[in-house]
Design a protein around this ligand. Sequence first.
Ligand SMILES: Cc1cc2nc3c(=O)[nH]c(=O)nc-3n(C[C@H](O)[C@H](O)[C@H](O)COP(=O)(O)O)c2cc1C
Ligand code: SF4
Ligand code: SF4
Length: 353
Amino acid sequence: MDNSLLIYYFSGTGNARNVAQWFAGVATEQNIPVDTIDIARTGRKNIQPPAPGALVGFVSPTHGFNYPPAMMYFIFRFPRSQGNSAFLMNTRAGMKISKWFLPGLSGLALWLFALVLLLKGYRIAGLRSIDLPSNWISFHPGLKEKVVESIYEHCKGITVAFAKKILSGKKVYTAFRDIIQDLLISPVSIGYFFVGRFILAKSFYATNACDKCDICIDNCPVKAILTVDGRPFWSYRCESCMRCMNNCPKRAIETAHGYIIGIMCLLNMGIMVWFWQGVGKIITIPADNGWAKTGIKLTGWVLTFVVMVISYRIYHYLLRIPVIRQLFYYTSGTRYMFWRRYKPSHKMISRLP
Ligand SMILES: Cc1cc2nc3c(=O)[nH]c(=O)nc-3n(C[C@H](O)[C@H](O)[C@H](O)COP(=O)(O)O)c2cc1C
Ligand code: SF4
Ligand code: SF4
């Protein structure tokens, strides 16, 4: 039997990667052989099984109350246990107001994948959320540096304490404290997986400040940015990890809030109204026919999705016209200087590329 430790992580802006490294640091102090592996670099195919008996850790950000798809698919494909134990951690959107540290929300993130690993024969040694600063800057401005430093210091202590317990053979299931709220929020996790994440992925664009350095393209962990018509183009592979937007040296990546609001209004007030009126003219659905109602609702969702896809192509094409590009630019909240980019703590991290 092996006493080594393997930690697999996925990280957009560095939070999960730092948690993995803090944990690994504790193992190194105790002379436990440890490897930290970035799953974006290893790929999902032909994952080597861990040595029999080794402890395996999975660390990932939380996206839409779940693990991001890159980590999901990785765990689904992960080899079956050979007498292994596993722990799962998720970094969440922590905040600090006055002297209080506020937690994020995990939803299905830990539960679903603890179940998958259990079914693969792993013993679950620990489940822990770490509330590092929120990096979701297409949604809100990044936190101030001082707040980031303070949250980082707080979370490092929590991670180290958790690592010491797990490495001493204890079982730590801190996540059970949140189980009720996590289950209540699980329908949103499902909605985000099937719809929300695609809308978000389409909200990025490069402004006139882009000098085509390709840094965003080269560093995207899931290779989601393509070059179309000589400009970066965000494909549906994008996991909204926020790395590109936070790291662009020209601050040239923005979120098209105006476009997203516009297309939502068009869908809700125009296209969908037209769709429901059309349905009403063709068929009358009896009030008690649940199946027919669900079918029509699903068709409505598919139509919404198709309109989103078509509209994004049009939007990307329109971005070539300078005056329209300016229009999108002026309606993007992220262009204003108060909308800070997120940088993990300068003192306590290893920075991502
Ligand atoms: C698209 C997106 C969705 C997010 N959803 C959640 C969420 O559901 N719950 C939460 O607590 N934090 C959420 N966050 C915040 C991140 O999980 C958090 O900031 C994490 O620590 C980032 O880790 P990373 O730097 O390793 O990518 C979200 C962030 C992004 C970008
Ligand atoms: S990193 Fe910024 S400047 Fe470089 S190609 Fe991407 S958007 Fe353009
Ligand atoms: S395109 Fe940007 S936000 Fe999307 S996955 Fe790649 S680096 Fe992350």
